[in-house]
Every structure is written in C-alpha cells, then in structure tokens.
Write a protein that binds this ligand. Sequence first.
Ligand SMILES: Cc1cc2nc3c(=O)[nH]c(=O)nc-3n(C[C@H](O)[C@H](O)[C@H](O)COP(=O)(O)OP(=O)(O)OC[C@H]3O[C@@H](n4cnc5c(N)ncnc54)[C@H](O)[C@@H]3O)c2cc1C
Ligand code: FES
Length: 273
Amino acid sequence: MLEKNPYRILKAEVLEVTAETPTIKTIRFKPEQPVPFRTGQFIELTIPGVGESPFTPSSKPSINDVLEVSVMKVGKVTEKVHQLKKGDEIGVRGPFGNGYPLDEFKGKEVLVVGGGCGFAPLRSLMYSLFELSGQFKKLCFRGGCKAPSEFLYRKEIEGWAKRPDLNLELTVDKGDESWKGHVGLVTTILDSAQMDYKNGIAILCGPPIMMKFGAKKIMEMGFQEKNLFLSMEKNMSCGIGKCGHCRLGTYYCCKDGPVFRYDQIKNLSEIWD
Ligand SMILES: Cc1cc2nc3c(=O)[nH]c(=O)nc-3n(C[C@H](O)[C@H](O)[C@H](O)COP(=O)(O)OP(=O)(O)OC[C@H]3O[C@@H](n4cnc5c(N)ncnc54)[C@H](O)[C@@H]3O)c2cc1C
Ligand code: FES
C-alpha cells in the first residue's frame, strides 16, 4: 500500500518510452513500491529538478507494480517527460481523487465517449470495464480525433472492434488514405449507439471543446444529468484539497473529482476553461 504521507514521493524507474502520436508519448515505469489506483484517479509525476504534473494512468488498475501514463507535450514538465529514456529516474505521488464509480455502472447500458488525449484515462477505464465483462447490459465506445495520425493507441482500439461485448465506432475530423472509417466530429456518431438513454450511463473525456459539445449532445439524446460522468482537468498543485489551485465552484477538482457528475458542475462558468 502507498504511504499515508501524501507528499512523499516514491522513486520510479522508466522501463519504456513509446511515441504514440507526434505530440503524445507513453511512459512505462516501475515505482519502488506498488501504487494501487482506481480507474479515473490520477498521480503526480515528478521530473527531478523540473517539477511535477498530474496525469491519469492509462494502464490496467489491476496491475499496480508497473504503471503507464500517456503524456501530451504542452509545456515545461511535459517537454521533459518526452525526453525521458529507459533507466531514467522519476518520482510518483498518489493516487489522488475519486475515480469512476464502477459498481454503479453494473447492470446498465454504458456509453464511453473519448477524444484526443482523453483516450489515456479512458483506456484504463475500458480495461476495467472489460474485466467486468458481462456485468453491463450493453457497452459502447465512441472515439474521435482530429486526424488518423493523432489517434492515440489506434491499433489497439481498432482491435477492440473484434470484441463481442463492445459496440465500437471511431471517427476523425479529417481523414487520409489510411483511414477507412467515419469522418466527422465525434458528436455525429453518438446516436448510432442506440441505447436506453434514460437509464444509461455516459462517460466523457477529452479536450474542453469536445467535452462542451459532447455533454450538450448527450443531454439532447436523453441521458439524465446525474448519469453523465466527466473527467475534469484543472491546474493542480498539492493534489489533496489543501492549496486551492484546482477550485471548481465549491469543489476541489483533486479531492472531489477529477470525475464529476454533470449535474454537480453544469452551472459553473469555469467548467470548460
Ligand atoms: C487530473 C488530471 C489528469 C491529467 N491527466 C493527463 C494525462 O493523462 N495526460 C496528459 O497529457 N495530460 C494530463 N493532464 C494535464 C497535464 O497535467 C498538463 O498538461 C501538465 O500539467 C502541463 O504541465 P507543463 O509543465 O508541461 O505545462 P505548463 O508549462 O505548466 O503549461 C502549458 C499549458 O498547459 C496548461 N496546463 C498546465 N497545467 C495543467 C493542468 N494540470 N491541467 C490542464 N492544463 C494545464 C497551462 O495552462 C498551459 O496552457 C491531466 C491534468 C489533470 C488535472
Ligand atoms: S491541487 Fe491543491 S487543492 Fe486541489
């Protein structure tokens, strides 16, 4: 089990670095002791001498001695993450936050919608849902990206199409010669899930613009606000509800989230910032 002291940084060794897209790399690392996490929770990753940033593990929660995060290069810390090599030492704190309430999803129809870097936390969620296969009335995945070259885990996700327990459809905003699938925004392929919207569960994770229009579309389809779960990203520091950096209305994203029900946050002006 992890330390009771949430500020203690565990050493971790980088085992593998995989370039997934032009801007996203997956880092596989082994912490000095296991880091048990629930899908949807996040960790703080430290690059010695540079700083720390929150990331949601993209790997299987049932494996906690080796973890993976998929990181988009956007600034100071993430640029250094992209320079990591096998054998480098990094630090890990956590896990933090609430994660997805998987027990609540059992016996229901579940629609998972992702876009861009949002595939990272959703891959971990899908692994957990696959491990509970047979416990949902229906499982649907809808994923979208700007272009085929930006499709995170493309081969793996295309492979999920063969699963009998999954109804899957993917789309890109703009196709190329390698893309034989749907072209258009992810919101245009949600209706084809043909689910029991009123009693179903919807999960949404992606860039703010996709979350905004995705939530609107999911509400129009007839899902209940309390049954739409969004994974929110706010600037964070402590990760444990002390510093106030991640305030979202009356909530702290690090402690009360990062997974929120739509009815908790829908009226907050800063929701899509
Ligand atoms: C709970 C949570 C889970 C996350 N999971 C992932 C993940 O799995 N993969 C991934 O690539 N990214 C994830 N992020 C975003 C990631 O933490 C930021 O991209 C990272 O902290 C940026 O650090 P930087 O030093 O490289 O950028 P900076 O130089 O600090 O800033 C560059 C840009 O990124 C923005 N930014 C900085 N910190 C954050 C932040 N915490 N959240 C959102 N935007 C930020 C800044 O406003 C600025 O526009 C997650 C964020 C949160 C809060
Ligand atoms: S990161 Fe400090 S309160 Fe949330």
